[in-house]
Design a protein around this ligand. Structure first.
Ligand code: ITT
Length: 197
């Protein structure tokens, strides 16, 4: 029987990747199905803290279903781990993906490469207001100073995963969804849900 899972996100790109990875056994919906539900500010200083805030609030508001949150971001070693938990707001409060990439290119442009970094993802699984488990995934790579491709979202056109020559903006979605930080966290979630549900 298909079960429903609510992804506590307003980022449709995340939902689509999660839907692709979860396959047909789960009906994957997100906050677009619950327009009245506004999540609290992400005030945590770790991915895990913010994932917990989102999962707790959404699962309190929508009873009886599995809720999954995704807090993720990019760490660049040469920038002391920035943008990190501030990835979505790196270029300021009115930030969007394009302005965040501009800011990253400008910061990296002041330094000598190559630039090692990683995407990290923390996922929290919750039900009825209680977080039950958290899972982590990451993917190591190198940051480019020029954008490459228009696929994916966020910093994807600047990130080349180790073992590849092209950025996540160029690589097919199926490749990203096999090895991304999100996929690595989510595969553990899927295994756990098989036992728990
Ligand atoms: P929700 O909080 O509603 O889930 P959000 O986009 O604000 O959506 P985050 O707070 O987790 O999500 O911020 C994640 C940011 O990190 C996101 O805006 C991207 O800039 C970046 N990011 C995360 N995963 C990424 C990926 O797979 N590819 C490129 N950039 C990514």
């Amino acid at each position: 029987m298909t079960q429903r899972i609510l992804i506590a996100t307003s980022n449709a790109h995340k939902t689509e990747e999660i839907r692709q990875i979860m396959g047909g056994e789960w009906e994957v919906v997100d906050l677009r199905s619950h327009p009245a539900l506004v999540l609290p500010e992400e005030t945590g200083d770790t991915f895990e803290a913010n994932a917990v805030i989102k999962a707790e609030a959404a699962s309190l508001a929508v009873a009886g279903v599995w809720v999954l949150s995704d807090d993720s971001g990019l760490e660049v070693d040469a920038l002391g781990g920035q943008p990190g938990v501030r990835s979505a707001r790196y270029s300021g409060e009115t930030a969007n993906d394009a302005s965040n990439r501009e800011k990253l290119k400008s910061e990296l442009g002041k330094l000598e490469g190559p630039f090692a970094g990683r995407f990290r993802c923390c996922m929290a699984v919750a039900k009825d207001g209680k977080v039950i488990r958290v899972f982590h995934g990451s993917v190591e790579g190198v940051l480019r100073v020029e954008e490459e491709g228009v696929g994916g979202f966020g910093y994807d056109p600047l990130f080349v995963p180790n073992g590849f020559e092209q950025s996540f903006g160029v690589l097919p979605p199926a490749t990203k969804n096999e090895l991304s930080h999100r996929a690595r966290a989510l595969l553990q979630v899927i295994e756990w849900l098989k036992e728990a549900s």
